[in-house]
Design a binder for this molecule. Structure first.
Ligand SMILES: Cc1cc2nc3c(=O)[nH]c(=O)nc-3n(C[C@H](O)[C@H](O)[C@H](O)COP(=O)(O)O)c2cc1C
Length: 158
């Protein structure tokens, strides 16, 4: 029996919707990565070099605090969803990955974006999780149907 988790971070709801669809389509548990300090609209302003997101993304070692401690050790497959920020995963996703026990697990990144791909995020996640089997990620833009999402998930895991 494989046990699957869909963990996600979403600042403005787009990735959250995909994550919910995915978890119900494949019968997986759902876990929201919640920031200890929620992101405001001003925090998300990528045109401002001094905004919180700009400062975090400008610092590879930034690890914004999350609420609670993730318990991923009982899952053998973990989907990890996030918006693309500056071509990669938000640093808060790195906080989650480093706080989780994902040794030996299959990790499947998925993302939504304004058009950028997920490749650079997958590379970073692989370097953060050398003891996990990190699959090529999937970009799930354009409000895909649950049938499409389920087909994608099945394809990734086979
Ligand atoms: C700080 C920040 C940086 C972003 N950087 C990118 C980017 O590099 N490429 C891209 O295609 N979209 C970028 N976006 C757009 C988001 O990836 C996109 O709107 C995503 O669907 C938001 O997901 P969410 O609603 O789950 O937070 C950025 C958004 C924010 C807030």
């Amino acid at each position: 029996m494989t046990k699957t988790l869909v963990a996600f971070f979403s600042a403005s709801g787009t990735t959250a919707q995909v994550a919910r669809e995915l978890s119900s389509a494949i019968g997986a548990d759902l876990y929201q990565i919640e920031p200890e300090v929620p992101y405001t609209r001003a925090d998300l302003n990528w045109n401002n070099r001094e905004s919180r997101s700009s400062l975090e993304m400008g610092d590879e070692t930034a690890r914004p605090a999350i609420v609670g401690a993730p318990n991923t050790s009982s899952y053998d497959t973990v989907f990890v969803g996030f918006p693309i920020w500056w071509y990669v995963e938000p640093r808060i996703v790195d906080t989650f990955l480093e706080a989780s026990d994902l040794k030996g697990a299959v990790v499947v990144p998925f993302a939504t974006s304004g058009g950028s791909g997920i490749g650079q995020a997958t590379s970073r996640i692989r370097s953060l999780l050398p003891e996990s089997q990190v699959k090529e990620g999937g970009l799930l833009n354009g409000r895909p149907s649950s049938v499409k999402i389920a087909a994608w998930a099945k394809g990734v895991l086979k």
